[in-house]
Design a protein around this ligand. Sequence first.
Ligand code: ZN
Length: 251
Amino acid sequence: MQILLLSDIHANLEALEACLAAAPPFDFVANLGDVVGYGASPNEVIDRSRSLGKIFVRGNHDKAATGLLELTDFNPMAAAAAVWTGEQLTPEHHDWLKALPHGPLSLEGFPDVQLVHGSPIDEDFYIVSIGDALSPLLTLPTPLTFFGHTHLQGGFFANGSSADGFRPEYRTVGKAESVSLHLKPGTRYLINPGSVGQPRDGDWRAAFALFDTEAQVVHFHRTPYNLKSAQDRIFAANLPARLATRLAAGR
Ligand code: ZN
């Protein structure tokens, strides 16, 4: 099976379409949350995401846009985007988003895999460092966790002798590229496919990953997308301008 992993699309339709166009053939999509928030195409991105399948975990922005999370936890820019998103959502999309399941989610037929937005221990926790990753890596029974939330592509591993973080190393800054990670038996992983719609690892290209379950390989991908169109929609919606400009820097 080839599982396409999408996370943190953040209502960026152009980035989502570019990822789908760049993705190798896949059997199904697992979506790790934050379908909306920040970007200016929430309804279009929900429509497209739903058409791809039914495996979703909710993100904090999905909760914020539907009243499930207090906006006092958000910075002013994120809060403004959450309010705007909530106003734009069709009633059907609002109800769908509000009903998304809490992570971690197990994947039928794949007992070694779980899906979360933040951390398997707390859905809203940011796993940024190996220190953040150690507790879920060492204490939870599932050896492979796919997570999002940080918008940083890469992840963490632990085995009997060592534990560390890793980031895929790309050769260019503007072309479609992929980097493969061969999973080792006896090693536990937390893997982040990166953010489709608002990368923060200094690389502006849309990020996703493909998990080959038979070969036990995770292929990390980056792909350029129509950045200007995504930015123009944010400006036209009168969302905070920084939400558009940050996309060019990947920060
Ligand atoms: Zn996010």
